[in-house]
Design a protein around this ligand. Structure first.
Ligand code: UD1
Ligand code: CA
Length: 415
């Protein structure tokens, strides 16, 4: 059965007090749009359409090849936004997820549950609902006698009886696509806010068919981000989940409170992460490693099994082979380091010439002396050695088994 997804990301998010579109603020190293693209993909969406408005070029850049981006020129409401996506789904028949970019914590498992309920009950639509401590600001879910949704009443339109309803609309839906676009064509502007509400399409569908409300298991997933404070709350909730996940998989965190691990990281079992360590988006750390204290692993780096990455070491866009040690005060950028290498204290790759970044290659079993500067592009051969404080100029590759020392380094012969 085919599944598509529409992600609404046109809003500016005025209350964030930021020039950046709301969808591009990051939670645990990944933009809110990135989280939703990942969740929709994991839930099985074959085609994803993102509706962009404010700073749409930036949103388009972030979506990249992961989605088709359509533009909503005038921000006339969530219903109007979904209508803009129709042209990117020509002839599509099937289920369509509709997600809001400011609800980034919703998991693919929860979306799976939503889609399951929609299919089981042969619904026109299903939506996620929650019962937060304070329902203020959310649309309230009004039910019919059968326990299905009758309609959603926005806070600004709610009377006292509706405001007393505790069940709220989270902002995650699955619709039968033909029914959705037919209903949207019948939605008129809300008289208070002058916007076309997606929630009014839900009421239209409920009048002729079934709309199920599926309660979320974990209310934390439904947190809507409107302010920097909400973003901080989301960051804390998601960070705790990420840390718990790695602890459950056999990673030892010496001090979870000072450890930052982004979404999209992989870590092998029996790896120990020491305090004040930061591991950023899409890095892969092997098993049996010791990382930190005060280490920073960035930008899709890969650390092999059994490595030691010690205090005040930064690794970025680099691959490090197994059982390699980089124990103190190093900067390793754009490097490919082999297995069984020792990088001495304070050794660095000078990877940036002011215009371009260049690569450093260090082959297996090489020993890089303390304070060595490797001016990229440069290669240090297998089992070669560099003396303490040596500077290896760019292109002066060190052949396998050779020892070099000095500033700039001179050949001293074979070791
Ligand atoms: C919406 C729901 C409300 C729900 C709440 C959950 C509607 C009418 N109401 O309210 O029932 O409880 O979310 O957080 O949908 N957007 C566009 N284009 C527009 C307007 C909005 O793309 O013209 C996007 C926004 O970027 C956002 C989403 O739609 O991602 C929701 O819009 P927002 O204005 O935040 O709706 P809420 O008032 O929070
Ligand atoms: Ca909102």
């Amino acid at each position: 059965m085919s599944l598509a997804a529409i992600i609404l990301a046109a809003g500016r998010g005025t209350r964030m007090r930021s020039e950046r579109p709301k969808a591009l603020h990051r939670v645990c190293g990944r933009t809110m749009l990135g989280h939703l693209l990942a969740a929709a993909g994991e839930a099985g969406a074959k085609k994803i359409v993102v509706v962009a408005g404010y700073q749409s070029g930036l949103v388009r850049g972030e979506a990249g090849s992961r989605a088709v981006v359509v533009r909503q020129r005038r921000l006339l409401g969530s219903g109007h936004a979904v209508r803009q996506a129709a042209k990117a789904l020509p002839g599509f028949r099937g289920a369509v997820l509709v997600l809001y970019c400011d609800t980034p914590l919703v998991s693919s498992a929860t979306l799976g549950k939503l889609i399951g309920a929609y299919r089981r009950n042969a619904c026109e639509a299903a939506l996620l609902s929650a019962r937060p401590e304070d329902p203020a600001g959310y649309g309230r879910v009004e039910k019919d006698g059968r326990g299905f949704v009758r309609r959603i009443v926005e806070e600004t339109d709610a009377g006292a009886a509706q405001k007393a309803l505790r069940e709220v609309n989270v902002g995650c839906y699955v619709f039968r696509s033909e029914a959705l676009f037919a209903a949207l064509a019948r939605v008129s502007r809300n008289p208070v806010k002058k916007e076309y509400y997606l929630t009014d399409a839900v009421g239209i569908l409920a009048a002729s068919g079934k709309v199920a409300a599926v309660p979320v298991d974990d209310t934390a997933e439904t947190l809507g981000i409107n302010t920097q404070r909400d973003l901080m709350t989301a960051e804390n909730l998601m960070q705790q989940k990420i840390l718990d996940r790695w602890i459950d998989r056999g990673v030892r965190l010496r001090d979870p409170r000072s450890t930052t691990i982004d979404a999209g990281v992989e870590i092998g079992h029996d790896t120990v992460i020491l305090p004040h360590t930061v591991i950023e988006d899409s890095c892969v750390i092997g098993k049996n490693c010791v990382i930190g204290p005060f280490a920073r692993i960035r930008g899709g780096s890969k650390i092999g099994d059994g490595c030691v990455i010690g205090n005040f070491v930064e690794v970025v866009r680099s691959v490090v082979g197994e059982k390699t040690q980089i124990k103190h005060l190093s900067y390793i950028g754009d490097a490919r380091i082999g297995a069984g290498v020792n990088v001495g204290a304070g050794a660095i790759t000078a990877n940036f010439d002011g215009k371009k970044k260049h690569k450093t290659v260090i082959k297996d079993k090489a020993q890089i002396g303390s304070g060595t500067i490797l001016v990229a592009p440069v290669t240090v051969g297998r089992a070669a050695k560099t003396g303490a404080g040596s500077v290896i100029p760019k292109g002066k590759n060190v052949p396998a088994g050779q020892v070099v020392a000095g500033v700039p380094a001179r050949f001293l012969g074979k070791h």
